[in-house]
Unconditional design. Structure first.
Length: 131
C-alpha cells in the first residue's frame, strides 16, 4: 500500500482551481491555516467542491446579460464584487475548518518555519560575504 506522501489525486483545475488559487493568493492567512501537506490536500479538495457548488448556485440565481458574452459565465459572475466576496468567505471557511480539525494537529508545516528561514539568510550572508 502506498504511503500518504505517494498518493496523488488529480484535482479540479480550470476555472475552480484558479479561483481557489487566486483567493488563496489574496489572503495569505489561508496558507498559515493550511500549511501542511495533509491540510493543503484536504483544503484544496473541499475548497474546490464548495466553490464549485457556490458557482453553480450563483449561475442559477443570476441572469446573464449580453455584455457578459465576452467571457465565460464564471468570469461574468466574478465581475460582481458580492460574488467574489462570497467565494472568498467560502474558501476562508474551508481553511478555518481544516485548521481546527484535531486530526491535523501533529502535521509538520509545509516548508521551513521563520526561524529556519532566518538561519538560512544568516548562513547565506556569511557565505556571500566570504567570496
Amino acid at each position: 500500500m502506498a504511503g500518504p506522501e505517494e498518493i496523488w489525486l488529480p484535482l479540479v483545475d480550470e476555472p475552480v482551481g484558479n479561483i481557489v488559487a487566486q483567493i488563496q493568493a489574496e489572503d495569505p492567512d489561508i496558507d498559515r491555516l493550511v500549511g501542511s501537506p495533509h491540510r493543503i490536500l484536504a483544503f484544496r479538495t473541499f475548497a474546490y467542491i464548495r466553490v464549485g457548488l457556490l458557482l453553480g448556485e450563483l449561475l442559477f440565481d443570476q441572469e446573464r446579460q449580453a455584455d457578459d458574452a465576452d467571457g465565460t459565465w464564471v468570469e461574468a459572475l466574478l465581475r460582481d464584487p458580492r460574488h467574489h466576496d462570497a467565494l472568498h468567505r467560502e474558501v476562508r471557511a474551508v481553511a478555518e475548518e481544516i485548521a481546527a480539525d484535531p486530526k491535523y494537529a501533529d502535521d509538520e508545516p509545509l516548508g521551513p518555519d521563520d526561524a529556519a528561514r532566518e538561519r538560512f539568510r544568516e548562513f547565506a550572508r556569511k557565505q556571500l560575504a566570504g567570496d
